[in-house]
Design a binder for this molecule. Structure first.
Ligand code: DX5
Ligand code: ZN
Length: 214
């Protein structure tokens, strides 16, 4: 059964506490999308919102950094309460040392990458990651359509993780819904991020249940 990580980017920020309590009651993780308007053409939210969520969350926080110079901010995200932090391979000069740095805070370290990033560039780090974040849309916005090339990339990633015997989970992010959740889980996805599918559902908690049990 996959873990479900609702993306708070799609929450109702005027009713954030209500949405945090909903996630607390039905999901496995909080997925926090941090966008800087430089690496991606969108700006999301920063520390005040992360700390507000952390104050009410009873589940681990999974911070997905879509920012340039992630090494400048990982410590602050760890202090703000993140249990998992991923940064983009596209933005890191030295992924290996940043993964090590994240782990030094007692936080799970993840390497994220967009749909056009060559998988071979990720393979050398699989043994240094607690998880990889396979983007199934281009980072920047919620509500995009799942990119079908993700299927072959997921299969290739899964088989390389097995080949290396790496202890590395796969998180899939973007366009995840009850329509593709079963196949994603059967194909090796351990964590499913879902924003619009959950928060635009008339019954978010039952959608989380559907994603989990798909
Ligand atoms: C996109 C973000 C995703 C996004 C997912 O840049 O990383 O986490 O919020 O949203 P949906 O599930 O709507 O594609
Ligand atoms: Zn994300």
């Amino acid at each position: 059964m996959p873990k479900i990580a609702p993306s708070m980017l799609s929450a109702d920020f005027l009713h954030l506490e209500r949405d945090v309590e909903m996630v607390n009651g039905c999901a496995d993780l909080f997925h926090l999308d941090i966008m800087d308007g430089v690496f991606v053409p969108n700006i999301s939210y920063g520390f005040p919102v992360v700390e507000a969520i952390a104050a009410k969350a009873v589940l681990p926080l999974d911070a997905h950094l879509m920012i340039v110079n992630p090494e400048k901010y990982v410590e602050r995200f760890a202090k703000a309460g993140a249990s998992m932090i991923s940064f983009h391979a596209e933005t890191a000069e030295d992924p290996e040392s940043l993964l090590t740095q994240i782990r030094s805070y007692g936080v799970k370290a993840g390497l994220a990458f967009n749909p056009d990033w060559p998988l071979e560039k990720v393979f050398p780090y699989l043994n240094s990651c607690d998880f990889v974040l396979l983007m199934s849309v281009f980072a920047g916005f919620g509500g995009q359509k799942f990119i079908p090339e993700t299927w072959s990339r997921l299969a290739a990633l899964k088989s390389e993780i097995s080949r290396q015997g790496a202890d590395c989970l796969i998180e899939v992010d973007g366009g995840v819904s009850p329509d593709n959740a079963a196949r994603l889980s059967a194909s090796g996805a351990d964590i499913l991020v879902a924003g619009s599918a959950v928060f635009r559902s008339p019954d978010p908690a039952s959608t989380v249940f559907q994603l989990k049990n798909a």
